[in-house]
Write a protein that binds this ligand. Structure first.
Ligand code: SF4
Length: 237
């Protein structure tokens, strides 16, 4: 079976277990997605959502947020952790955009090709491939699968890629990704990583991919409860 067919097979099995994830009718604009993704780094979706809501409730526009001080921003988003780094990244992104376009707007990227968008967004300080690819999938509905730590770990364990970093997994998997599956594949791999294929002790006995997975160190001991957590930040903003 070639890699494209293997991805399709894994996607089918994941849908059989988790279903097809729903999406909001109106997708968030690229600036919303970009800021929510910065807030989500190294924390859970609930905390980053609270930080995002704090900003949205306090300020009507991102232009207003661009004008507050970095330390003020840090206080407002504290619940998401790493306040210093995240406030610096958000501030530099918003101020840079405002300076360049006189307003905080990324609508011009809507007509650009995937790679052009990745090239442009990753030029911004503090914005990497993961954040840029979330904009492509969650705001522009492109067939691009962002790779975070859950997606990187599960892809490697299953044997769909063999890489040392999420950015390398991103390149490999997206090169072969079948049309129209990015959102379901990405979302269900995150659910798999959170609930079953956990970092230290995967619960292989209940995994829908058990027969297809190439991981050498499968765990069949009782590994505690598997808590279902369907809240996904970027489908909720
Ligand atoms: S069989 Fe185990 S290691 Fe493989 S994907 Fe499932 S939980 Fe992860």
């Amino acid at each position: 079976m070639n890699l494209k067919d293997k991805i399709k097979q894994v996607n089918r099995l994941l849908i059989g277990h988790f279903g097809i994830p729903t999406r909001p009718k109106k997708l968030p604009n690229p600036v919303d997605t970009l800021i929510a993704t910065i807030l989500s780094q190294n924390t859970n979706d609930n905390n980053s959502y609270r930080a995002y809501q704090n900003l949205k409730q306090k300020y009507k526009t991102w232009e207003e947020v661009a004008d507050i001080s970095r330390s003020q921003l840090e206080k407002i988003i504290r619940v998401a952790g790493l306040g210093k780094q995240k406030s610096a990244a958000i501030k530099s992104f918003l101020s840079g955009l405002k300076k360049k376009n006189a307003k905080v707007d990324l609508r011009h990227i809507e007509t650009m090709k995937d790679q052009e968008i990745l090239n442009e967004l990753t030029l911004i300080k503090g914005i990497g491939i993961k954040t840029s690819s979330c904009v492509l999938l969650f705001s522009l509905d492109r067939n691009i699968c962002p790779v975070d730590t859950h997606v990187h770990r599960t892809l490697n364990r299953i044997g769909l890629v063999k890489t040392k970093s999420p950015d390398k997994s991103f390149k490999q998997i997206n090169h072969f990704l079948p049309e129209g599956i990015a959102h379901q594949f990405h979302t269900n791999l995150i659910k798999l990583g959170r609930e079953i294929c956990k970092p230290s002790r995967p619960v292989c006995s209940i995994c829908p991919l058990l027969r297809d997975c190439r991981f050498q160190n499968k765990n069949f001991e009782n590994s505690g409860s598997t808590v279902r957590n369907n809240f996904l930040l970027l489908d909720s903003i």
